[in-house]
Each structure stands twice: as C-alpha cells, then as structure tokens.
Design a protein around this ligand. Structure first.
Ligand code: GLP
Length: 240
C-alpha cells in the first residue's frame, strides 16, 4: 500500500495537519490507544497545536505513551533527556498519566531487556509518529541497522550526535536506547514527519530509494498505513 502524503504549506500548517491526523487516530479508538511520539524540532509545531486545541475543547485526549528513544548514562533528573522533553511538550500539558519511559541511568542491558519485554507484551501499537534524520535514521536506528533488530543499545552516528548536542547546547552521551524495527513494525498507523530542504534527500531515499538498512526509514516502504506529513521543501525531490 503506497503511503498517504499530506502536504503542508509551512511549519504552522504542518502542525495543524499533523494534529488533525493524530486526533483522527486517537478518536477512532474506544480505549486509550498506544502511541509512540518523537522528540526533535520537527514535531514542535504539532505539539504546540495539540496544546492549543486542548485549551479550547471539552473532549479529553487520552493515550498510552511509549517512548521512542533515549540517551543512556544521564542522571535521572538531568535536563538533557528525551523523556523530559516529551513530558514538557506533550505529556504534562495533556495530563497523560500512562507513560512507558526509558531509564537513562539504568544498566543498559537490563534496560534493553525491560523495554523488549514490555513491547513484546503489546499485541500492536496504535500509532507510531516518527521524524527522520538527514542520514535516514528513525528513532536512533542508524544506517546499517538490521531490519530484524528489536529495541537495542546503540551508538549514535557522529552527525546524529552533533545534531543532538545542538538541541541542548552541550555534549550529551553518545550511546542511547531506541525501539527497533521489531517494535516499530507493530504500528497500525505510522506518521513520518518532515520539514525543510535539509530532509528532502533522506525523505526521497526513504520512499523512492531501495529498501535497505543503509536508509533505515526505507523500511516504511514495507509497511501499511504510512502517512507522510511534510512541507513542500521536504517533498521537493518527490516526483510530481
Ligand atoms: C533525533 C531523534 C529522532 C528525530 C530526528 C530528527 O536524533 N532521535 O527521533 O526524529 O533526530 O530530528 P529533528 O526533527 O530535530 O530534525
């Protein structure tokens, strides 16, 4: 099944379109759906829109949050944690209580085992929302990762690490835990978010290139119910 493509005119519009698509999935479910949400700059307009809509609507939005990735080796109260980022942007403002988050300070192999066991206990994931790295990574699944891998301890590629340090204005650990393809393929719906020309090549390789571990996002070509939500710059290499 080819992906659905939703075209945004700018970042604000991207936030609105993503929010509409997200709420469609959330409200389809009679019980709180399970949702993986990413960090990064791309989803920020979406999260801002979600917070704005909540202030004006009566309906309560509820879901079970599943973390996508996290640096390893940070102290529990460190500010440089993806779990803190997503809590601040989405989970706290929306009062989402059901959170499966990763423990950066835990023993990495025990944490990976805990994550794998929890994710294996879920028959499916209702919605996985992803961004894309310029090298085609999703979550922190870097180029070269086997498509059969489950949640794992990984070393970030140099460019990913540099981009991540830029979020915080300081060095962050080089190792991280991330969901693997075994978990991501449980998604009933997958959203791929992209903004800007810097993502155009990666997005093109993901959906028009070979399905290869060299471009982890190309795995999405093998999945159903994928929605690309992107602006015209990110889609500029797609055939018209
Ligand atoms: C980071 C995150 C990914 C994110 C990607 C793109 O490394 N681990 O989940 O999707 O890079 O980030 P941005 O949206 O800031 O470009």
């Amino acid at each position: 099944m080819p992906p659905r493509i939703l075209v945004a005119n700018n970042a604000l519009d991207h936030g609105r379109i993503t929010c509409d698509a997200f709420l469609d999935v959330i409200f389809q479910s009679s019980t709180p759906p399970s949702v993986v949400l990413p960090t990064g700059n791309t989803p920020l307009p979406f999260y801002a829109e979600l917070r704005a809509r909540l202030r004006t609507r009566q309906a309560k939005i509820d879901f079970q949050f599943l973390q996508l990735d996290e640096y390893m080796g940070c102290a529990p109260h460190s500010e440089t944690l993806f779990s803190k980022w997503i809590a601040r942007e989405v989970l706290d403002p929306l009062h989402i209580a059901d959170r499966f988050t990763f423990n950066s300070a835990a023993d990495p192999s025990e944490e990976v085992a805990r994550i794998r066991a929890h994710m294996a206990s879920l028959p499916s994931i209702d919605l996985v929302v992803l961004g894309i790295g310029q090298n085609g990574h999703i979550g922190l699944l870097e180029p070269g990762t086997d498509f059969n891998c489950a949640a794992s301890l990984v070393e970030m590629a140099e460019s990913t690490w540099a981009a991540n340090c830029a979020y915080w204005g300081q060095d962050i650990p080089r190792s991280a835990v991330t969901l693997g393809f075994q978990e991501l393929r449980k998604a009933q719906h997958t959203f791929m978010l992209a903004l800007g020309t810097s993502k155009a090549e990666a997005l093109y390789r993901a959906f028009y290139g070979d399905v290869t571990p060299d471009c982890p996002a190309s795995y999405l070509q093998s999945m159903d119910n994928v929605t690309i939500i992107a602006d015209r710059d990110a889609l500029s290499l797609f055939p018209v």
